[in-house]
Design a protein around this ligand. Structure first.
Ligand code: F6R
Length: 600
């Protein structure tokens, strides 16, 4: 969702800000803008649409060594030029960018700004007008800034510039991610270290409710009570080339292809020199001690959670419930006596999951987060973290993070089983090695999948995925991938449920993709396929070596039955990719979606 960048230093800031915004494009946005400050005053440029349009709109001759920039994902008010950030106060003295949602913006407006005419429909404009209003009373910008953020309820990451002071960017954060990057003679602000890796790899984390004065040679962090905070920077462990597309036309295709390497990296990271599972002993203990696991996640991560339940229940014999984060917040089930909460989140920033984490921490329950971003909010606020080691995932549609989540969950399940003295014949590292090879064999068959996609999904309005058991869960993920990037209305169904309603939707030519990778349900799902074919469906069967029948469309290599989802999802990802490509969709940046969903 929204992204923020800021720069104050010696160099020309416009290009640094534009490059930074380009690196934040992956988060999803619908408008963008920047503000530069020099001796002539503030220059603001903003557009509805992509950063490429902003590049065309800006005056490239504007020189300024400080500025702020923003990508906006609309919450209050439609995507438009007026609602795009930066927003300015009535006099033009203050210019501000903001991520998040100010929940009490109407109350603030009524209490402090009843006579101020607003130019936009955003909650953000209230904040910048409030700062101006408070500064008129206090005549101290830093104090007015602190007072203003103290009055705000909700989530925010804010960067503010004052046209009368080109030496300072004022920054604040609550619940929304924001980092300060440190340099020699310059400092930067960024929602994500990726945006500013171009100039530094040294970053300072910010905690909720802190405010920061960012200058060329100094960064001062303050707690809400005004006390100063000393904090050591961390080194962003990203290689700038990790976030480039290289020879690939799209990040999604690159990330699909990276999956075998990610699985091998996970094997390396979670194995010690004696070939034992390497895991924080406290996580092992927490898993062993709990009487029930509650997996909390959203979207694709939720689908990984459904498979995590299979691994943990089957291997470690612990009951598991899997919950959609946004539902759990309002509808908490009766909890067991010793629950362990497991949060699965690629970004580690999903507001819905975080809201559950806040609630369960208040109840005193331990939390483990599986994430691709170890310094993220969910990771910091949980008791324990397991890193997914998938490398940055830039395409909005999650691929390699999903398979990484399943691999890490399988390792966790086996480790827990062993810690509980359960004997298993299943060697997760060996089996994951076989999975990595199988994935490689599949990513080498892109042409066949492309053909399949153009045969089954050229102009269709909808598409169904059916499976039983774990194949059903992979079908849910296949459907989500297809709908989010190709905009084909796609749904995943349990094969057995078809007759209970869904089959009414099948008509001549309806594409139905059937997954048949599990021996015990192979025949029943094939029966379901025949039922839809009898009603005119255009069916396609994805099966596993050893279970294939004449006429099957795609055969995945043989892997351990428990781990088939890691492999059978690869053709699904590729089918979605090619379907989107054939329909001229923006594969990496699908409409209306954001990579990091930081509002509830
Ligand atoms: C779909 C997708 C989303 C995310 C969901 C949760 O491809 O990426 O469904 O899985 O928004 O995000 P994280 O995993 O960052 O919590």
């Amino acid at each position: 969702m929204c992204g923020i960048v800021g720069y104050i230093g010696q160099d020309q800031s416009q290009e640094i800000l534009l490059k930074g915004l380009e690196k934040l494009e992956y988060r999803g946005y619908d408008s963008a803008g920047l503000a530069l400050l020099n001796d002539d005053g503030v220059y603001v440029s903003k557009v509805k649409g992509r950063i490429a349009a902003l590049r065309e709109a800006v005056d490239e001759n504007k020189k300024a060594t400080m500025g702020i920039g923003h990508t906006r994902w609309a919450t209050h008010g439609a995507p438009s030029h007026e609602n795009a950030h930066p927003h300015q106060s009535a006099s033009g003295q203050f210019t501000l960018v903001h991520n998040g949602v100010v929940e009490n913006y109407m109350e603030v407006r009524e209490a402090y700004l009843p006579n101020v005419a607003m130019k936009s429909e955003t909650d953000t404009e209230i904040v910048v007008q409030l700062i101006e209003h408070l500064n008129e009373q206090m005549n101290d910008v830093a104090a007015a800034f602190r007072k203003a953020v103290d009055l705000l309820k909700g989530s925010y990451a804010i960067a503010l510039i004052d046209s009368q002071n080109p030496e300072t960017i004022y920054v604040a954060k609550n619940k929304s991610p924001l980092l300060i990057g440190l340099g020699d003679g310059f400092n930067v602000v960024a929602s994500d270290s990726m945006a500013m890796l171009q100039v530094t790899d040294q970053f300072l984390e910010l905690m909720d409710k802190e405010t920061v004065i960012v200058q060329r040679d100094a960064v001062t962090i303050q707690k809400p009570d005004g006390s100063k905070v000393d904090r050591d920077p961390f080194t962003a462990e990203l290689d700038a080339t990790d976030i480039e597309k290289g020879m690939y036309p799209h990040f999604m295709l690159k990330e699909i292809d990276e999956q075998p390497f990610v699985i091998r990296k996970i094997i390396q990271e979670y194995q010690n020199e004696n070939d034992e599972i390497k895991l924080d002993p406290e996580i092992r203990q927490a898993m062993k001690e709990c009487d029930r696991i509650y997996i909390i996640a959203a979207g694709t991560s939720y689908h990984a959670g459904l498979l995590g339940k299979q691994f943990i229940e089957k291997l470690a014999n612990i009951p598991v419930e899997v919950h959609v984060a946004s539902e759990f917040s309002y509808n908490m089930p009766l909890l067991s006596e010793k629950p362990l909460f497991v949060y699965i989140s690629q970004s580690g920033e999903t507001a819905d999951s975080r809201s559950v984490l806040v609630q369960t921490k208040e109840l005193g329950h331990p939390a483990l987060t599986l994430t691709n971003v170890p310094g993220s909010t969910l990771s910091r606020e949980s008791d324990y973290t397991m890193h997914l080691h998938a490398g940055p995932e830039i395409a909005v549609a999650s691929t390699k993070a999903y398979t990484a989540q399943m691999a890490v969950l399988a390792i966790l399940a086996v480790d827990t089983a062993r810690a509980k003295g359960i004997e298993l014949e299943f060697d997760p590292m060996q089996e994951l090695g076989i999975v990595a090879n199988a994935m490689e064999a599949l990513t080498d068959q892109k042409e066949a999948v492309e053909e399949l996609a153009s045969e089954f999904l050229p102009t269709t309005r909808n598409c169904f995925f059916i499976g039983r058991g774990v194949d059903y869960y992979v079908g849910l993920e296949g459907a989500l991938k297809l709908k989010e990037i190709s905009y084909i209305q796609a749904e995943g169904f349990a094969g057995g449920e078809l007759k209970h309603g869904t089959i009414a939707l099948i008509e001549e030519g309806t594409p139905v993709i059937g997954l048949a990778t599990q021996e015990k349900v192979n025949l029943s799902i094939r029966g379901n396929i025949q039922e839809v074919e009898a009603r005119g469906a255009n069916s396609c069967i994805i099966t596993m070596k050893g279970l294939e029948k004449d006429g099957d469309n795609f055969i995945i290599p043989k892997v351990h039955e428990l781990l088939t989802p890691l492999v059978s999802v690869v053709p699904m990802q590729l089918i979605s990719y090619y379907a989107a490509l054939h329909r001229d969709c923006d594969v990496d940046k699908p409409r209306n979606l954001a990579k990091s969903v930081t509002v509830e």
